[in-house]
Ligand binder design. Sequence first.
Ligand SMILES: [Zn+2]
Length: 116
Amino acid sequence: MIPPGFIQELLSRADIVDVVGRHVQLKKAGINHKGLCPFHGEKSPSFIVSPSRQTYHCFGCGAHGNAVGFLMEHAGLSFPDAVRDRRSSTGWRYRKTTARRPSANAPPRRSSARRR
Ligand SMILES: [Zn+2]
């Protein structure tokens, strides 16, 4: 079980711009950051990330949430997974690579590379 206070603490330490920025290309727009919504296809950015509120909001499809919610929605992580992901990136180690799962998008790699 994850104590609720723990989530709050995680969220308060998590920078949503950093979290979302690992998945979506964000541009600074005033006090907020803007990018193409990852939840619906669009060509002009209506996806807003607010560092002051630590939330994201899409004016196109209405997606809305916080850092943990984003990971759950976007990466399809279960809640404990999302928390674990936050933990590993807010904490002591910062992983450079995106938390994308290799199985999700990568085409099956067929190594026609040299065989002996
Ligand atoms: Zn959207």
